[in-house]
Design a protein around this ligand. Structure first.
Ligand code: LLP
Length: 431
């Protein structure tokens, strides 16, 4: 397993930010979501320091769907970043964390009337309109309000990104946004900008997730800038802002390419400044909204090994005390992860093992055929790069309680407590 962030080894044991896994197990139990807070904040800085321009105002929005709780929202606030939410629940969480309202962006292809009302009442920074119906709903809701709401329109630039089918978002038939090729889109913009209670600021596009091909980002930026210009000209309006979404690829295993985010962002800014100037696009503000590339590598999940089993067919299983309930990604996307036995960092590889979870489902396999030292019950197994879309996509399948989450800097801070059996039945109506 590649050591990421502030991981290191001493006397054959793994440490994260100088905390031993035994200490964390004894204090918090397993399975345990661990976030290397120092590393996470370093990544936030890498984004804000490199996505910066003399020409444009720039904003880095954290795509909170990757991992959100009150503690994360507070960290993002301290880093002076903005945040994107996609549901009433995410909005509620960031508001409870005291996040500055003007730095909240609300996305989503089917925000309910209640969610739109919630956002309008709280007077958050931006609503990102997805489609005509949402515009109609907003018009209706704003009729009885005296506020002006800043909006972006999500559009689909039709860029093919090389990533898993389920996390592509921008093909012509995607459910998200209106196509830039659709003749009705400029007409919708005309209506939005003519409506006096909406302040139309520009477009938003997000082409997918876990993308390594830098060209896809440059292409999408060029297409979006051209579109901004042509709609602005056609309608005779000023379109000053552009949100280019997130999607930057990260390291999960050795098969993933390297994506140097700092270098990419400097090139990106350079490209955007030059294009804006050369083609007289007239943009004043640019936003990006990374999720995975901010948090995934800072997160790990710690498990205790229970059984170790060799099947009649000679397959070696390591059973852990978590699985698909805390990490659905291998089952859902064939996602691959690295892992190590944290108490056997210096021991020789003994063979190939399949790491299986405890859910009643054959598909509950976290890692296939990983090379590890000889596992024994009681060993600690750590899966790396689980910071994004693990906790946020976790479930109570088999009525397994969600793990706790701890943030490590010079101190260990419990951010989410472990669910108890009482939590499991809390919503059941007993009468
Ligand atoms: N902006 C929008 C509008 C998005 O839909 C997303 C992700 C992001 C930003 C952040 O993308 P990121 O930088 O994290 O790639 N559950 C899947 C990923 C779904 C991504 C959904 N949208 C997974 O586990 O891989």
């Amino acid at each position: 397993m590649k050591l990421l962030g502030n991981m290191n080894t001493r006397n054959g044991k793994l440490y994260i930010n100088d905390f031993s896994m035994e200490y964390l197990r004894d204090k918090y139990k397993t399975p345990l979501y661990i976030v290397d807070e120092t590393d996470f904040l370093d990544r936030c800085k890498e984004f804000t320091e490199n996505f910066r321009s003399e020409v444009f105002d720039t904003e880095v929005l954290y795509a909170s769907k990757a991992l959100l709780n009150i503690y994360v929202a507070k960290l993002i606030k301290e880093m002076n970043m903005s945040i994107d939410v996609v549901s009433g629940g995410e909005l509620y969480t960031v508001l409870k964390a005291g996040f500055p309202k003007d730095k909240i962006y609300f996305h989503g292809n089917n925000k309910t009337i209640e969610e739109l009302e919630f956002a309008l009442d709280e007077q958050i920074g931006y609503l990102v309109i997805d489609n005509e119906q949402e515009f109609a709903n907003l018009k209706m809701l704003l009729q009885e309000r005296d506020t002006v709401q800043k909006v972006l329109l999500r559009v689909n630039p039709g860029i093919e990104a090389h990533t898993h089918e389920y996390i592509k978002t921008s093909k012509n038939d995607s459910k998200f946004g209106e196509s830039i090729f659709d003749k009705r889109t400029p007409a919708l913009v005309a209506e939005i900008s003519a409506f006096e209670k909406l302040d139309f600021r520009g477009f938003h596009a997000h082409i997918g997730s876990q993308i390594f091909d830098e060209d896809s980002f440059f292409k999408s930026a060029a297409v979006m800038m051209d579109f901004t210009q042509s709609v602005g000209k056609e309608l005779g309006i000023k379109i000053p802002e552009l949100n280019l979404g997130g999607g930057y690829g990260i390291y999960y295993t050795r098969t993933d390419k390297n994506f140097n985010i700092g270098r990419f962002l400097r090139k990106y800014i350079d490209y955007l400044e030059t294009y804006n100037e050369r083609h007289k696009i007239g943009l004043e503000k640019l936003m990006i909204e990374p999720g995975r590339s901010l948090i995934a590598n800072s997160g790990s999940t710690l498990y205790t090994v229970g059984g170790v089993k060799q099947t009649y067919g000679k397959k070696n299983y390591i059973f852990i005390d978590g699985g698909m309930a805390d990490n659905i990604r291998p089952a859902l996307y064939q996602a691959e992860y690295e892992a190590c036995l944290t108490n056997k960092m210096d021991e020789p590889i003994a063979g190939k093992y399949t790491v299986a979870g405890k859910c009643c489902e054959s598909g509950d396999i976290l890692i296939k055929d990983i090379r590890l030292p000889k596992p024994e019950p009681g060993d600690l197994l750590l899966v790396s790069s689980t910071g994004a879309y693990n906790y946020s996509m976790s479930s109570n399948y088999n009525r397994i309680g969600r793990p706790a989450m701890v943030f490590l800097s010079d101190k260990d801070k419990l951010a989410v407590r472990r669910q108890t059996y009482e939590d499991i039945i809390r919503d059941d109506v007993c009468e």
